[in-house]
Design a binder for this molecule. Structure first.
Ligand code: ZN
Length: 407
């Protein structure tokens, strides 16, 4: 905008409600370069997908692309008549247009941040996977044409896992439907928790019955439980800013493992957090290690926030506090947090405050923000010495091991 235009606009605008329309156009590209909207072919047919987390929605359309800006979204797509279009919400109307096209209007979304908006277009096959939960949420597996029979494991297992999640969280699935959309090949991510439209790499969801190994089954259960847990933690309640990305990822890792353990006890997923703790501790020994709750001041900081400190150390910290508070009190805190901030945004302070209130223990808050939890690097290496003295316990933490890394 030229200076004169800017001045004229400034003098014309008054303080009141304005509607801004920004026309824009772009061209679809093929993955593998990282693109917010990209196309892929499978068996000679073309498909369109999206992947916005963390800061790529702004490259797809003009928007306030920060997690604290949650707003309802109205999506309208103009697509070929023979294609199916999916997005975060159910289709509200389809109208034929000229040139073999159709206009697909989706129902408005509940408030969402831009990074959770998602869509898919193509000659998909849609496989019904039953209903789950208090509101009988419909679950579907959406696959490239010709792959419907390979979705059988997701069809069998998704609804009972969603039931388990609702049962733990004590609140209904927040969206009108849960679609699971298969992408032939993902780059830079395996699965993504878009509200009401989870996307996955094909290798996580699709396998012929005689090729479905235990490893494949465990991978799908783990991925679905993690992404479905995000529908509450991240989607329903979103971090105000990326420094609390751990609220999303640590929690989804921790709860995903719990759900996997309840769903298939024979797999002993309950011991997985020990491996996660070790993974986190290994990353923590590097001198350049992040703290779980790291200040984020640039786009690159956001990328860094999605590492094993956030996922694995964060999961271990939640596990530790659950063990300290007791499972029931911890669960009550989680439910309190979700109820207080549903469809809104929250911070680590809000989460820990809810735990402390439910736990009835003032020590929870300072402990959570202490060395061992969110706001310090490094793990205790030498253990702790404790000794009783005059009826009180004195605890001393030894030095932390750090590695000088040449990476
Ligand atoms: Zn995640």
């Amino acid at each position: 905008m030229r200076a004169a235009e800017h001045k004229a606009l400034r003098t014309r605008l008054r303080i009141c409600e304005h509607r801004v329309e920004i026309p824009f156009r772009d061209q679809l590209r093929d993955r593998p370069v990282r693109q917010p909207l990209f196309r892929q072919s499978d068996n000679g047919r073309w498909y369109l997908y999206s992947q916005f987390e963390a800061t790529d929605a702004r490259r797809a359309f003009p928007c306030f692309d920060e997690p604290g800006y949650k707003a309802p979204w109205d999506l309208t797509l103009h697509v070929r008549r023979e294609d199916t279009a999916v997005a975060n919400t159910p289709v509200r109307s389809e109208t034929a247009e000229q040139g073999g096209m159709k206009k697909v209007v989706f129902a408005p979304t509940p408030p969402l941040p831009s990074y959770l908006v998602a869509l898919g277009v193509g000659p998909f096959e849609i496989v019904a996977a039953g209903h789950a939960g208090q509101k009988s949420t419909p679950i579907r597996i959406i696959v490239p044409r010709g792959h419907a029979k390979e979705a059988w494991y997701a069809v069998e297992t998704s609804a009972p896992m969603l039931d388990l999640l609702e049962h733990y969280l004590g609140t209904a699935f927040p969206y009108a439907k849960l679609d699971n959309l298969v992408i032939p090949q993902t780059v830079g991510f395996g699965a993504m928790e878009n509200a009401g439209l989870i996307t996955y790499a094909a290798t996580i969801v699709l396998a012929k019955p005689d090729e479905a190994t235990l490893r494949f089954k465990r991978h799908y259960v783990e991925a679905f439980a993690h992404e479905a847990a995000h529908q509450w933690f991240g989607d329903l309640v979103t971090p105000k800013w990326w420094d609390d990305a751990w609220l999303n990822e640590s929690f989804a890792s921790w709860l995903g493992t719990k759900i996997e353990d309840r769903f298939r006890p024979a797999w002993s997923a309950g011991v997985d957090p020990i491996a996660a703790r070790d993974r986190g501790a290994r990353s923590d020994t590097i001198v350049s290690a992040r703290q779980i709750r790291q200040p984020v001041t640039s786009k690159h900081d956001v990328e860094n926030a999605f590492d094993s400190i956030t996922y694995a150390k964060g999961q271990a910290v939640l596990q530790m506090f659950e063990g300290w508070m007791g499972e029931e009190r911890f669960q009550a805190g989680v439910r309190r947090y979700l109820a207080a901030h549903a469809f809104g945004s929250a911070t680590a302070e809000d989460f820990v405050g809810a735990l402390a209130a439910a736990g009835g223990d003032a020590a929870i808050r300072p402990a959570f923000f202490s060395f061992s939890a969110l706001c310090s690097r490094g793990s205790p290496a030498g253990g702790r010495s404790a000794r009783r003295r005059n009826g009180s316990v004195s605890v001393r933490q030894f030095s932390r091991a750090r590695l000088l890394s040449s990476w």
